[in-house]
Design a protein around this ligand. Structure first.
Ligand code: A4P
Ligand code: MG
Length: 194
């Protein structure tokens, strides 16, 4: 099995200077949403995992673009070519991988980053599980549990999907024990690294 690749963080640009607030500008009170985010924010970085998939266009380039723009990435799994699960018949094979982050961001903040990466890849939503340039799913964020209409973490379908569990097992074998069966691993073929 190809070992996971340590992701070299890009050299940091000098921190942007914060614009000075005009004199007499009162600090804005927190909204209910921002207060909830603050309460959920981990104090120390936690291990988080995102699942990436592409089955349209230059799949490798879309995955590489996502890895370059996602924040706090520390490790990238090998790539796998995988048979499509669900969706319309006749769609092409996927390239899948999983990235590991060391992050203090919340699950909701990571969903926003995931959706920004999808938008940057010009993802079009035509039908559920239809072909896509890029899909980024929030799999795990430390031990955070979220059950909201537009965000469920841990990702509810990840434990039954070979295209998630095989690359996740490369990065964190302890997490897939008892979930990754030989039947799930069928149709998940090594495809090199990014
Ligand atoms: N959403 C809720 N929880 C999450 C989460 N943890 N991470 C919501 C990301 N999104 C989450 O997703 C639909 C909605 O799910 C979003 O609006 C978000 O608020 P989507 O990406 O717009 O649509 P989708 O991906 O078509 O639907 P879904 O249900 O997320 O599908 P999955 O589970 O992501 O599966 N086969 C192979 N071989 N490889 C693949 O990568 N991917 C899928 C998509 C199907 N078959 C595949 C693969
Ligand atoms: Mg998705």
């Amino acid at each position: 099995m190809t070992p996971p690749r340590r992701h070299k963080p890009k050299p940091q640009a000098p921190a942007p200077r914060r614009p000075q607030a005009p004199a007499g500008d009162a600090p804005r009170p927190p909204t209910a949403e921002s207060a909830l985010q603050e309460r959920r924010r981990p104090r120390a970085p936690v291990r988080a995992f995102l699942g990436l998939g592409s089955n349209l266009g230059d799949r490798r380039a879309y995955l590489a673009g996502a890895v370059a723009r996602l924040p706090d990435v520390v490790c990238v799994s090998p790539l796998y070519e995988t048979d499509p699960v669900g969706g319309p018949p006749g769609q092409g094979a996927y390239l899948n991988c999983v990235v590991e982050l060391a992050t203090t961001r919340t699950g909701r903040e990571l969903l926003a980053e995931a959706q920004a990466a999808e938008a940057a890849a010009h993802r079009e939503r035509v039908e559920r599980w239809g072909p896509r340039t890029l899909d980024v799913d929030v799999l795990l964020v430390g031990d955070e549990e979220i059950n909201e209409p537009d965000l469920v973490v841990p990702h509810p379908r990840m434990w039954k999907r070979g295209f998630v569990l095989v690359p996740l097992g490369d990065l964190a074998p302890e997490l897939v024990i008892g979930h990754l069966t030989s039947e799930l691993a069928r149709g998940v073929r090594p495809a090199g690294t990014l």
